[in-house]
Design a protein around this ligand. Structure first.
Ligand code: ATP
Ligand code: MG
Length: 447
């Protein structure tokens, strides 16, 4: 076992926790990503501890412990307002092993590191330190074995490479395409969470392109692949696929919005038409929203996430906003929801930058104009649904002389239409007069 003596900045609450394990005669190490991050000079997000103590030992030693994953030998220790996962060394055949056995079950050499703060010992059986210095993602021992134990590791390799600007070692890289199909055996929730982390790195397009080259995209997101090599028109420099990837790059580092960006034109392949030698994608926003919904259901996104994506994608075509009437802006905000409208602008700007045909200056200028129009609309118009009208169903029923029923909703919608056109009419007097007028029309005998 290769052990180096080195001092790493382990925070006091972790040092204390490991001391406590040692005082009871057990071993304790910081393991995995936390060691890697300390060596990279980054603050680890989470701290994982490996020990030879069993979960029940750990529960006896510490006063506040939550049995989060007893089956996998994991408990969560609450200490100094932090939660630390403490896991018994993984071994073979249900038997707890040594720290080296534990590290053997980890994915990449840079993650197969352990550190004991009281002895300042860095345990590094597979030269993870060297790979960390060289910037290499390398499977522990045999890539085939590592990827067949858990195919999600192929996505982890791509994510880690992108977040650290590392490269994937040759043999590890060459093995990935052979295991891509096995992602079908991995739960979609795990794939989704890892893929969203990929989108949050500094190189989403490079990582998605790696997924394509390594035959991963065709397994997890074949819909995106359909745009590969699909030429567009004079408004676009790139094919549908590259336009989509560039859009994702232009969206700020937010995994959800980048995901929406990735799907914003997914309906283009289905709507492509050549008319007089020119390529058109009529109705693609709506079709994209439909396909995005199917994909997000398959990926088990929440209904709220799907609903928002649908609204953003279906309404992303704002290109001729300069000729819009004020009521068109009001309608847009009602369709998209005022809580989503600024996210729509982010998507719109990224999409436009990714056309590759106009200067950044021109797009920035249009973006400011559009944003001003939207904020002015929001300042002067507050009627986003029938609930915001100056009169309600009760008044409508009184004037119409009807009981509760579908007519009431129809009339309220008719009032909303009127108010979108003429906001000044949103007062009880004007709206009641309008209801009276509608009543007359209703009551006129049909001839
Ligand atoms: P992050 O910076 O996102 O936390 P991480 O590599 O630390 O990345 P974690 O999910 O926190 O990821 O996992 C902690 C450690 O557990 C990893 O560094 C690795 O040693 C091990 N690990 C996590 N997932 C796997 C996996 N799928 N296969 C093998 N080892 C894994
Ligand atoms: Mg981690």
């Amino acid at each position: 076992m290769k052990v180096l003596i080195q001092k790493l900045p382990v925070p006091e609450f972790i040092v204390e926790l490991i001391d406590e394990l040692e005082n009871h005669g057990f071993a304790g190490y910081v393991v995995g990503g936390a060691v890697r991050d300390m060596l990279l000079g980054k603050e680890p997000e989470d701290w994982d501890i490996a020990t030879d103590a069993s979960p029940s030992d750990v529960m006896k030693i510490f006063p506040r412990v939550i049995p989060t994953g007893i089956k996998h030998g994991t408990v969560s220790v609450l200490t100094h307002n932090r939660i630390v996962e403490v896991t018994q060394f993984r071994g073979d055949n249900q038997h707890a092993g040594s720290i080296t056995d534990d590290l053997k079950h980890r994915d990449f050499t840079i993650n197969a590191l352990a550190y004991n703060p009281s002895r300042h010992q860095l345990v590094d059986p597979w030269n993870g330190l060297e790979d960390l210095e060289k910037g290499i993602i390398r499977a522990v021992e045999n890539p085939e074995e590592r990827f067949s134990e858990d195919p999600l590791r192929i996505l982890r390799a791509i994510r880690l490479a992108a977040s650290f600007k590392f490269r994937i070692e040759e043999k590890t890289l060459k093995t990935i395409p052979d295991f891509a199909l096995r992602l079908r055996n991995v739960s979609i929730e795990r794939i989704r969470d890892e893929f969203l982390k990929i989108l949050e790195t500094n190189d989403p397009s490079g990582s998605i392109e790696s997924c394509r080259k390594l035959k991963i995209l065709e397994v997890i997101l074949p819909e995106i692949l359909e745009g590969y090599g699909m030429r567009q028109n004079r408004y676009h420099v790139y094919d549908v696929y590259w336009h989509t990837l560039k859009t994702v790059d232009f969206i700020p580092q937010n995994s959800y919005l980048r995901w929406v960006g990735l799907l914003h034109d997914v309906g283009k392949p289905k709507t492509r038409q050549i008319i007089k030698g020119v390529c058109h994608f009529y109705g693609h926003a709506k079709v994209s929203a439909e396909i995005a919904t199917e994909i997000m259901q398959r990926w088990r996104f929440s209904n709220a996430e799907i609903d928002k994506a649908q609204k953003l994608i279906a309404n992303h075509m704002l290109h001729n906003f300069k000729s819009w009437k004020p009521s068109t802006f009001r309608r847009l905000i009602i369709r998209v929801g005022k809580e989503n409208i600024y996210d729509l602008l982010i998507l719109w700007k990224a999409d436009r930058l990714a056309h590759g045909t106009e200067t950044k200056k021109k797009i920035e200028e249009d973006f400011r104009t559009l944003k001003k129009k939207i904020s002015r609309t929001l300042e002067t118009f507050q009627v986003f649904s029938v609930k915001d009208l100056a009169i309600g169903g009760k008044e409508v029923m009184e004037i119409m002389g009807v009981p509760p029923g579908p007519i009431v909703g129809e009339v309220l919608h008719r009032l909303l239409e009127e108010v979108i056109q003429n906001p000044e009419k949103n007062n009880p007097k004007d709206l009641k007069a309008l209801v009276a007028k509608i009543k007359d029309i209703y009551e006129k005998p049909h001839s």
